[in-house]
Design a protein around this ligand. Structure first.
Ligand SMILES: [Zn+2]
Ligand SMILES: [Zn+2]
Length: 312
């Protein structure tokens, strides 16, 4: 199953802050606000960080790039397309839970919101959960073979999220506890997003059992924040990465996604720094703190190396 093939791009983020501008890297349209890095300074980070990263080899059968011809996107190419960036008008990410969640699932959503706010340097606000009863029977089903309860992605995007998109939203991302399907001919999707409408929805139902102990919860957390940040990256106009091992690589399956890192390659990191106005060292500090707190040790090791490299 392909979690991305129908994902156009989108998303939202948030950091419990409620800042009107400036403090969290808000940009005035394309012009970076005071304190954020210039394009030449961002380009310098690409050169500094490159030695830490592994370039991709030839894709093997079953991997995303074996089945999708994608051109990739350098930082220079990204700048030329006038990407979506945080602005003074649209600077906040909203998280919308839909359905009922266990305590552990609620924790996953809370931590995902926190992580998104760090990763994309912007306020994230988690909205009050909506009840699945708001979704009509015509937009719900039980899978004809497996029996899994599923919600129709297009209804959620077009009828639930888009009409209520707040004026200051860069995007809204919804999490559901039910599985998702995008329409006839599909079994399921992990998530679906609309770049045009700046809304997206992701299901927690296929990321493992967060009640299954400490290690299982950690795996669910890593999967959830990985997909949330990847899809939000698309909303910032970041295309799939074809050069390095990177969170913005396309993925054909959960095992393939599991092998990909949570961090960004130097080119995609530069795009995020540009789009969000984040200070790279401050951003790394916060990511390191999060990964320490939640024992995401592989990521922690990389982030510590990257921070040291940029500090030199
Ligand atoms: Zn993608
Ligand atoms: Zn990349």
């Amino acid at each position: 199953m392909n979690p991305h093939s129908v994902i156009v791009s989108v998303l939202a983020l948030a950091c419990s802050l409620n800042l009107p501008s400036g403090v969290c890297g808000v940009q005035d349209n394309d012009a970076a606000s005071a304190g954020s890095l210039s394009v030449p300074a961002i380009k310098k980070t690409i050169k500094q960080l490159a030695p830490l990263h592994h370039e991709l080899g030839e894709p093997t059968e079953g991997q995303w790039l074996a089945h999708h011809q994608e051109p990739g996107q350098t930082f220079a190419q990204y700048l030329r397309i006038r990407p979506n960036v945080l602005t003074r008008q649209r600077y906040k990410l909203y998280v919308q839970p839909i359905g009922t969640f266990s305590k552990k699932q609620e924790e996953l959503i809370k931590l995902s919101a926190e992580f998104l706010s760090i990763y994309y340097n912007c306020p994230v606000k988690t909205l009050e959960a909506k009840d699945e009863s708001e979704i009509p029977d015509s937009a719900q089903r039980n899978h004809p073979t497996w029996g899994d309860h599923q919600l129709l992605t297009s209804y959620i995007l077009e009828q639930v999220l888009a009409p209520d998109l707040p004026a200051d939203a860069f995007a809204t991302i919804a999490f559901t506890s039910s599985d998702l399907w995008p329409g006839e001919g599909w079994n399921f999707v992990f998530g679906y997003a609309s770049f045009r409408d700046r809304v997206g929805v992701w299901s927690l139902s296929r990321f493992g059992d967060p009640e299954g102990g400490v290690d299982a919860f950690r795996q669910c957390l890593l999967r959830t924040i990985k997909v949330a940040t990847h899809e939000t990256g698309h909303m910032f106009s970041i295309q799939h990465c074809t050069k390095y091992e990177c969170n913005m690589q396309g993925s054909n399956s959960l095992p393939e996604s599991d092998r990909q890192p949570l961090h960004l390659c130097p080119e995609c990191h530069a795009k995020v720094i540009h789009a969000t106005g984040a200070n790279p060292l401050n951003r790394y500090d916060q990511l390191i703190q999060f990964c320490q707190q939640h024992e995401l040790l592989t990521e922690l090791k990389f982030l510590q190396q990257a921070r040291l490299t940029l500090e030199r």
